[in-house]
Design a protein around this ligand. Sequence first.
Ligand code: EPZ
Length: 417
Amino acid sequence: MQKLEVFGANKLRGQIKISGSKNASLPILAATLLSKKKVYLKNLPKVKDIETMINLLQSLGSKIKFEKKNLVIDNHKQNKKFASYSLVKTMRAGILVLGPLLAKFGNAKVSLPGGCAIGSRPVNIHLDALSRLGVRYKIVQGYIYATAPKGLVGTNINFSKISVGATENLIIAACLAKGTTTLNNCAIEPEIKDLVNFLIKLGCKIKWTAKRSLKILGVEQLNQITYSVMFDRIEAGTYLIAAVVTEGDLKIKNIIPQIIQTEINLLKKIGAKIIMKKNEIRIIGSKKIRNLNIRTAPYPGFPTDLQAQIMVLLCKANKNSLIKEDIFENRFMHVAELNRMGARVSISGNKAFVKGKTTFAPAELMATDLRASVSLILAALSAKGKSVINRIYHLDRGYEHIEKKLRKVGAKIRRIN
Ligand code: EPZ
């Protein structure tokens, strides 16, 4: 099992280029199943979850290869409808092949994703909404057996709760449904906008009719296209926070600052100096870090995927802070590890009470999930001495070349086997 060795504390200084978005790439890869024509994708991040999704598509019969900087996906002979547990269990976004398989073939057998460290990750909202399109399903031994005897038929769907994955599954499915589908109470994360842009370029008929409403007209013909996925806003947010945690000075490039306006405003309130340009942000950390109360929320609220990272920063604030995790039921797995480094965070239900004025001490640590892992790196970067972080396979699911990017801006970090 690989580990990361981090020697803190040092200020991060220099430039970091942000990679393509994992959470935009995954639904877009699943959506390529709709088309029998070649799709060329650019800017996909080299992370484990993307590799797993590619393996899942190949297990369904997709022909996939790299050509220069493009991933070329050829689905004209794709004809399998079985997504196995072995692939879906490690990457819950595997459930996103359900919508396109039903749209294309009218039947599918897809493994239930199963839970993970941050929560039980149910898919009831996906299944209830697909039923509205005429899907019949039963769950047998952990698999969803779904059929649409009359094909998918468009209708009006109101999501009972805002769900990124359910919104993505239904958008993709509705693209080939007969007639018109309206989706209300949609998630509007930028990755969903990127998926919609991809599908429109593919030849789908989709329109935003209100802030959280979409109108989708089923089509038959799709185009051969090239598409470049958006930047990873969570990776960008992570490095912005790293700059403030280490009182550093970083230029974060290849981004669209307006998309992370909430995070920028919050970091300014905390005391960071931020200079924004068209596709980059310069952020300068300050000695004085002000405390803040934060609640995670669907976009454009503060993202749950940055909750662990901002907690590290708030441990160093001048006063105490409160963090409310309103998206997932168990997303405080990083707290126990941070407390072993000297943090004083106490949890009550979905609230974390973060004491300020913490000086992190180095320690041997255990990563538990993707974003918790990176919060341990942030704490280790600000702790004087050597920390070791175990189970970093969690990290490799979603951060491309993280130790290389951090070393380039002065971090003393290396991977050890
Ligand atoms: C997506 O997960 C992201 N994953 C998550 O990022 C992100 O944290 C989450 O959205 C929230 O922004 C990808 O995009 C691949 P949800 P998803 O459906 O789609 C409950 C990361 O670190 N729910 O919006 O699974 C669910 O349990 C990952 O990159 C149901 O109850 O999130 C959760 O409490 C972690 N029933 C809440 O809704 C359902 O059918 C939000 O989940 C679906 C979801």
